[in-house]
Write a protein that binds this ligand. Sequence first.
Ligand code: LAC
Length: 236
Amino acid sequence: MKRAIKALVFDAYGTLFDVHSVVSLCDEVFPGHGAALSQLWRIKQLEYSWLRSLMGRYENFWHVTESALVFACKTLRLTCSPAQRGRLMRTYLALKLFPDVREALTALGDFRLAILSNGTPRMLRAAVKSSGLDGAFAHVISVDGVEVYKPSPGAYELATETLKIDKPAVGFVSSNSFDVNGAKAFGFWTCWVNRSDGYPDELGFMADLTVKDLTELADTLARSRVVVSPRKDRLR
Ligand code: LAC
């Protein structure tokens, strides 16, 4: 199965880029509230993406992220000026990479690599550029092209259309369990990067592979090739 994978498609936020790298600026702007603000901001960002998809009222991920920040600040009783809001939002254009990403992507270089993310093309371009991943991906695909958020099947379909390969030949990699469930339900081979040692969502679609980070994914795929190749040789 793993041998049949032609492309690896990565989720962006939480998988490649650490959304909680905003904590230090949140803490600088609102001392003592950084972690709570970051947590609530992210939860609401995802919630609004799902709600907007259900409502049929798409707004791009930049707006969704900003609305989530406004809600999170209000809920935590933090008065956020337009200038502070702008500053916090700009962190999304330069999120930190998780430490394993760069090396793992190099090790996975035999595959066609792509991103499929809720982020807008501008947000994704900026994050890829600022983290020095320019050229690492053959495609950076934004759901903005179909105006529906993951885990809607339409979002994953955009990846197959762009890559022009069949669903089972796509290996989809995400740290977000809801995203893995959506991708698996759609028909992709899936890998859950369980960075925080959590439990998978109870949505009925288990990942084909669960790893603790991308290094483990690269190692596992490399090993599986070694195992698979001799068998193929014997069949010749
Ligand atoms: C993304 C969200 C799910 O990058 O984190 O699409």
